[in-house]
Design a protein around this ligand. Structure first.
Ligand SMILES: [Zn+2]
Length: 263
């Protein structure tokens, strides 16, 4: 074997790009709804044509031109509201598998916000069954193993934090590995106590804590920053849990907690 990196053979492949394209990969941060491709969202919109989401590719592209983060949340919410049947949930998961397989992604950690589906009338049991079915199909049809992280919007933690925790602990999908928080970071501060409590309970139950947009001192109120530090402390204290089936347990949650800033 060559000792110098520049002498490494790419196995007959013509370029570094081709070599990288063919490497097996993990995707550590996608959202069940937010990462849905045009094809997937069009499928949902056409299944629910009265949902207020454009039914053409052109219309959908314009719909997804975000003005700011609150507008992003509005769009995210509109697409989430299309998800009213278990098959919609399963299709979102299958779509991520289908879309990532060509990049040779073998393992995905996916953020799921069950409150949105509860709002549509789906029970925790139905949501879990749909997530399990989607994960089974993504693996069987596309070779992509899915792991789930449940989260809730910080701005409505008073209504959704405990509900999401109970779902995670009492009726989890088989592949649930973590617990998180998304939504509008600046609006979390009033709910810091319940947020702290649900993360403590999730960690005690063996879930990895994967919060979005951890507050940082200097740009948010000090009390919110303190809440963020407590969550960070929980992450440090919490051991990484292996994923059932031997998929890569994807490293340290701290390194990916704020990958995309907010959701
Ligand atoms: Zn995210």
């Amino acid at each position: 074997m060559a000792e110098c990196g520049f002498a490494v053979s790419f196995g007959g492949m013509e370029s570094v790009q081709e070599f990288i394209a063919q490497l097996p990969k993990v995707e550590l941060h996608v959202h069940l709804v937010g990462s849905a491709s045009m094809e997937t969202v069009l499928g949902l919109a056409r299944r629910h044509p009265d949902g207020g989401v454009p039914l053409t590719a052109e219309g959908l592209a314009a719909f997804y031109e975000f003005r700011d983060f609150p507008h992003f949340i509005d769009v995210y919410d509109a697409v989430s509201r299309l998800v009213t049947e278990p098959e919609d949930v399963a299709d979102l998961v299958r779509g991520v598998g289908r879309d990532l397989a060509p990049q040779n992604v073998r393992y995905v950690e996916m953020q799921v916000s069950p409150y949105a589906f509860r709002r549509a009338g789906l029970s925790p049991a139905l949501i879990t069954a749909a997530l399990d079915a989607g994960a089974r199909d993504a693996l069987a049809e596309h070779g992509v193993r899915i792991a789930y992280i449940f989260d809730f919007p910080g701005q409505s933690a008073d209504r959704h934090a405990t509900q999401t925790l109970e779902h995670a602990l009492e009726e989890p999908p088989e592949a649930l590995i973590g617990f998180g928080i998304g939504g509008i970071e600046a609006a979390r501060a009033p709910y810091r106590d319940v947020i702290r409590d649900v993360f403590a309970a999730a960690a005690a139950a063996g879930l990895r804590c994967v919060p979005h947009g951890r507050p940082a001192a200097g740009r948010v109120p000090a009390r919110a920053a303190a809440a963020g530090r407590r969550v960070a402390d929980l992450e440090r204290a919490h051991p990484v849990r292996a994923v059932a089936g031997g998929a890569p347990a994807a490293g340290d949650a701290r390194s990916r907690a704020v990958r995309d800033g907010e959701q």
